[in-house]
Design a protein around this ligand. Sequence first.
Ligand SMILES: *Cc1c(COP(=O)(O)O)cnc(C)c1O
Length: 367
Amino acid sequence: MTQTTLYQQSPAWIRSISPYVPGKPVTELARDIGLPLESIVKLASNENPLGISPKARAAVEKAMNGIERYPDTFDLAAALASHLRVRHEQIVLGNGSNDVLDLAARVFLTTGRSAVMAQHTFVVYLLATVMTGAECIVTPAKNYGHDLAAMRAALRPDTRVVWIANPNNPTGTFLPYDDIKAFLRGVPADVAVVIDEAYNEYLPPDLRVDTVRWIDEFPNLIVTRTFSKVYGLAGLRVGYAVAAPEVADLMNRVRQPFNVNNLAAAAAIAALDDKAFVDQSHELNRRGMRQIEAGLKELGLEWIPSRGNFITFRVADAAGVNQRLLRQGVIVRPLVGYEMPQHLRVTIGLEQENERFLAALKNALNS
Ligand SMILES: *Cc1c(COP(=O)(O)O)cnc(C)c1O
């Protein structure tokens, strides 16, 4: 295709962006291989295999009365402020937490500035950074996780954002909170440190520390969380950031006024309130993780110990194994785009889904 004059007018950093590759949708695989939808197991996008809280479902149905109105998300921000014990002014709502990551980038980055992130981490940080015209500095991973010392050393005078995922996706690695706190002490106050805690609720309670409490001491800290994972609302798109009031204020200025819709806001409020569903999802994940680890061990495969709702394992011929899994109706996530061409990431599913995956994997390895 010849590139038109208009195409050339797009800034070079926009033209340099590679499109985000999502997990293969169930509907697409069903079309590709001619299998019925119900026979396909999708374990590719870290979605909640239990679906959504019945309370959230009821709230969505109720909120259908009123979708002719523009959303009023005051109640959701208030519910989060109360849940997290912060001020209402510290909350920034997002159309998924990807949206708030993008807001943080747009507030602090522009051409001539840089952001620091680790190798093998969530690709949205790179996208959000590059879109602003800023440069992304990627530091080598340490045991597939973030090397905080290397990240500290990579900071330049023009660095304004550091991206940290804890637990990390796609590797599932976890940084002890003491290490993060020590890192925060060593970062200049004019650099925003974004800690993306999309998988926070999957941590065992004894490992969990509430980083939101650190914002008073470190006003350059931005904590992001999501309703897409343990709360099961990935399709509704709700996430949020917690930050110092003046940082949240800047992010709210660049935020689209109605970025969280009525149904999503109602579902999120109800989901926050359903602790039983969260506990059930957590427990299912804990058991499923053990099940998949045992299965991988039996197959003689290596994996990266994970604190998320997914696990990344190593197979020499990851592309071939992925193809053979797809042919059996099982969707996992290849990690070529994460510089991990010999790994696949599988989301922890229901017990029978995990079983299907392990059986298909065994076939895929032997054929
Ligand atoms: C899944 C995920 C998110 C959540 O994205 P949403 O936009 O909230 O759906 C954020 N960060 C990481 C690291 C993730 O894996």
